[in-house]
Design a protein around this ligand. Structure first.
Ligand SMILES: Nc1ncnc2c1ncn2[C@@H]1O[C@H](COP(=O)(O)OP(=O)(O)OP(=O)(O)O)[C@@H](O)[C@H]1O
Ligand SMILES: [Mg+2]
Length: 246
């Protein structure tokens, strides 16, 4: 079961209303893009769903249970995983250690050999298995993003939220990230929310798009309908050309 329900979530930072009552549902292994101009509230929404920050008001339910009062690790344990806009690998650990540590922290009784086998398979899929003994700090930015995806999958999340997984990544590794998302979504039947400013990528990759603008969800639908939505066009017209094309 994968069911997320975000109900009327509001977030204030001082006088700033970062989210103004956002509501939507996810049912099953959907592949959702979350877009919107800079400062629209995408990362804030992600932080609330994953428990990093608390909403000012509103609620979040995951598989029928209210999760917004829970701590991030409690939410992770229930099958909700996310990456950060800025990667957070343990730089002084090897790639393999990076894969094992979060999994062991979350499931202390797990079988280490089984975890290593699983980690190796994931690293192979991500094309960084040859780097298993390398320190994470020696990886390129793109490879660190791949490692972060791998670490996330070790936790067996049912719903995966990726904050700008393609940003600043070499085109060859972008394809690997794309393939990873499609594979995990279609073959392992995990749901995704993917935040991206790369319009070509996100419109093609997503089956459903959510559009945030100034803390409001202004569109929710299939990419073709969203592309033609006057409110979405309006929201992006205010942005610089390069932002829309980026
Ligand atoms: N901890 C915070 N304290 C104060 N203001 C914040 C905080 N976090 C975010 N904001 C503000 O809330 C608004 C939404 O920010 P958020 O980071 O969610 O936007 P975003 O859609 O992720 O933007 P980007 O595309 O640039 O990553 C912005 O105006 C931002 O400056
Ligand atoms: Mg952001």
């Amino acid at each position: 079961m994968i069911e997320l329900e975000v109900r009327n979530v509001v977030k204030h930072f001082g006088g700033l209303q970062a989210l103004k009552g956002v509501s939507f549902r996810i049912n099953g292994p959907e592949r959702i893009g979350l877009i919107g101009p800079n400062g629209a509230g995408k990362t804030t929404l992600t932080n609330i769903i994953s428990g990093v920050i608390k909403p000012t008001s509103g609620t979040v339910y995951f598989n029928g249970e209210r999760i917004d009062p829970l701590k991030p690790y409690e939410i992770a344990r229930r099958g909700l995983g996310r990456t950060f806009q800025i990667t957070r690998a343990f730089r002084r650990m090897t790639v393999m250690e990076n894969m094992l540590v979060p999994a062991l922290a979350l499931h202390p009784t797990a079988n280490r050999r089984a975890l290593e086998k699983k980690a190796t398979e994931i690293l192979e899929f991500l094309t960084i298995d040859h780097l298993a003994r390398e320190f994470a700090r020696n990886l390129s930015g793109g490879q660190q993003k791949l490692l972060e995806l791998g670490r996330l999958l070790m936790l067996d999340p049912k719903l995966i939220i990726l904050d700008e997984p393609f940003a600043g990544v070499h085109p060859k590794l972008r394809q690997t990230i794309w393939d990873f998302i499609v594979h995990v979504n279609e073959n392992l039947e995990r749901a995704f929310i993917i935040i991206s400013h790369d319009m070509d990528t996100i419109f093609t990759l997503s089956k459903r798009l959510l559009v945030l603008n100034y803390g409001e969800l202004i569109a929710d639908g299939d990419p073709e309908a969203v592309r033609k939505d006057p409110r979405v066009i309006e929201a992006y017209l205010g942005e610089e050309e390069e932002e829309v094309a980026a």
